[in-house]
Design a protein around this ligand. Structure first.
Ligand code: BGC
Length: 256
């Protein structure tokens, strides 16, 4: 039997990058997947086709995650379509580079709304469903090495990921008695559209890879494989933890 047979998973930001790979890996293990996306309908369709290829079902929901009523609708529609939800992967994320003194309120709000507030309220909506159905479900947040590591010019991003670390620790305690688990998967530099600037800049890319002990960027699949494991019953005793998928980046220090 596949690891996620009869499970239903919602993946926010499931149309591209790491999210698309997560959708595929969950589906490959037998899960039905709700592909949530914001702006790229064609990419969402592509994700759906990839899920079909591995023999599972999916449903696409367009959502502005900055709006709590739309988040609630995402969860409601998922339950209507597949009868229940077992796994929520809070994957959608956004970053804005700026010198601290130039950060606008608009960009600050966008980053915090998507990376932190949306995770809070999507998790709340799903936990209400878990409680109502007595289902010990699983929450997985895609965080970042930057829930620990400073990233100059990305202070709002770091604030959001640091917040995510404490959401996870807090809810692991508060929801533990219901059997609900919550964990963070924290990528380092992965070759995805969020890193397009980096990928287009060979000089910067060389600097970044020099900081990575394994010597290269990660692939979305490196992250997705761990998410599929954490979503499965095999991970039933794991909660409140952060798992880094970063080629050794976070704890790298060398005198040279
Ligand atoms: C960020 C990337 C960055 C990586 C490593 C990720 O969380 O989204 O922009 O390259 O961390 O610093």
């Amino acid at each position: 039997m596949k690891k996620l047979e009869n499970k239903v998973a919602i993946v926010t930001g499931g149309s591209g990058g790491i999210g698309q790979s997560i959708c595929q890996f969950l589906a490959r293990e037998g899960a039905k997947v709700v592909i949530n996306y914001h702006s790229d309908a064609q990419e969402a369709q592509e994700t759906q086709e990839k899920i079909q290829e591995v023999g599972s079902e999916s449903h696409i929901v367009q959502t502005n995650l900055a709006k709590v009523d739309q988040i609630e609708n995402l969860v409601r529609e998922s339950i209507e379509r597949f009868g229940k939800v077992d796994v929520l992967v809070n994957n959608a994320g956004i970053e804005k580079r700026a010198d601290f003194w130039d950060v606008t309120e608009e960009d600050y709000d966008l980053v915090l709304n998507i990376n932190l507030k949306a995770v809070f309220f999507a998790t709340q909506a799903v936990v209400k469903h878990f409680r109502a159905t007595n289902n010990p479900g699983k929450i997985i947040n895609i965080s970042s090495v930057h829930e620990e590591l400073p990233f100059p010019h990305f202070t709002s991003y770091c604030a959001s990921k640091g917040g995510l670390k404490m959401i996870t620790r807090n809810l692991a305690v508060e929801l533990g008695s219901m059997g609900i688990t919550i964990n963070n998967v924290s990528p380092g530099a992965i070759a995805t559209p969020i890193n397009q600037n980096l990928l287009n800049n060979p000089e910067l890319l060389q600097k970044v890879t020099k900081n990575i002990p394994l010597g290269h960027l990660g692939e979305p699949e490196d992250v997705a494989a761990l998410v599929a494991f954490l979503a499965s019953d095999e991970a039933k005793y794991i909660t409140g933890s952060t798992f880094y998928v970063d080629g050794g980046l976070l704890w790298n220090y060398q005198e040279q």
